[in-house]
Design a protein around this ligand. Structure first.
Ligand SMILES: Nc1ncnc2c1ncn2[C@@H]1O[C@H](COP(=O)(O)OP(=O)(O)O)[C@@H](O)[C@H]1O
Ligand SMILES: [Mg+2]
Length: 272
């Protein structure tokens, strides 16, 4: 069933859905620069840390990177199941790489390293993207640097991209994780949106969904930005709620007052 607000606002799809194609991602200069830096790091076979608060667009940056990298030359393996123990982690890595998962942890590790070395022979650079990496078990984290250590640590056969919440960086800077952290060449923070970014993002996604007229009044945008602290996932949720509410009230322009009431009613829902 089509949502009433789509018809009311003349939209051909949900504008703030997470189902957005890689090629349609919003890339303002700040995000474009980050993607460029990541491409450059991988071209240099470096490993990377990418941290940021929930919903600021970390995973979408990885998707933009996937879109940007030449298909030949890199083999990306994405893993977001970071809560696995070391053995299950290697097993998942084997599956992602199309290898038979072997029984013992040592055999799994051997299979992964041998495969990575094979790829190097084929001039394909393997990149392991570990999302939600703040959830990694300590014993998995401790072994990651071994994956980065090839031929007596003289070659970079693999790039690791660790992505997670800011506490991931805090963990990595702990003394017992220094072997891994020292092998992560570049460290980036995905920051919150600026007020202008938020306004542009709303316009961009409405445009993608087929609507080019002004839907959110500028003071409504300012309030949305303030309430979401520049996090895109929250912006998606609130903007969608605002479109629904405006439809209910038959208002073609979402004004500050409507957003304010929405925020107040959300507040009531969460405080008993
Ligand atoms: N570059 C982008 N282009 C379009 N939408 C984005 C972009 N970045 C984030 N979003 C929106 O915000 C939501 C949260 O982004 P996500 O990358 O999952 O955040 P994080 O991984 O930092 O928690 C996405 O589902 C998407 O709707
Ligand atoms: Mg994410």
């Amino acid at each position: 069933m089509t949502a009433a607000y789509l018809t009311f606002f003349g939209l051909n799809e949900c504008p703030f859905s997470k189902e957005i194609a890689d090629a349609d991602l919003w890339l303002p200069p700040s995000k474009q620069e980050l993607v460029d830096e990541l491409v450059a790091a991988l071209a240099d076979r470096e490993s990377v840390l990418l941290v940021g608060e929930p919903g600021v667009g970390k995973t979408c940056v990885l998707r933009a990177l996937r879109q940007r990298l030449p298909a030949q030359g890199f083999r990306l393996t994405y893993c977001h199941n970071a809560t696995l123990g070391r053995r299950d982690f290697y097993r998942q890595l084997c599956l992602a790489l199309g290898l038979a998962p072997s029984a013992t942890a040592a055999a799994l590790f051997f299979a992964v390293s041998a495969h990575v070395a094979d790829l190097a022979g084929e001039r394909v650079h393997p990149v392991f993207l570990l999302d939600e990496a703040h959830l990694l078990h300590q014993d998995t984290l401790e072994h990651l640097h071994i994956l980065l250590n090839y031929q007596w640590d003289s070659r970079a056969l693999l790039s690791l991209i660790l992505v997670g919440l800011p506490e991931l960086r805090d963990r990595l800077t702990l003394r017992h994780n220094r072997s891994l952290y020292s092998r992560i060449h570049r460290r980036f923070v995905v920051g919150a949106l600026t007020p202008d970014d938020s306004a542009e993002y709303l316009r961009f996604r409405l445009h993608r969904a087929g609507c080019d007229r002004e839907v959110f009044a500028s003071d409504a945008v300012a309030l949305l930005h303030e309430a979401t602290a520049g996090a895109l996932r929250d912006l998606d949720r609130l903007a969608t709620a605002a479109l629904r509410e405006a439809t209910r009230r038959k208002k073609r322009l979402v004004e500050r007052d409507l957003v304010l009431r929405l925020l107040e009613s959300e507040q009531r829902e969460v405080t008993p």
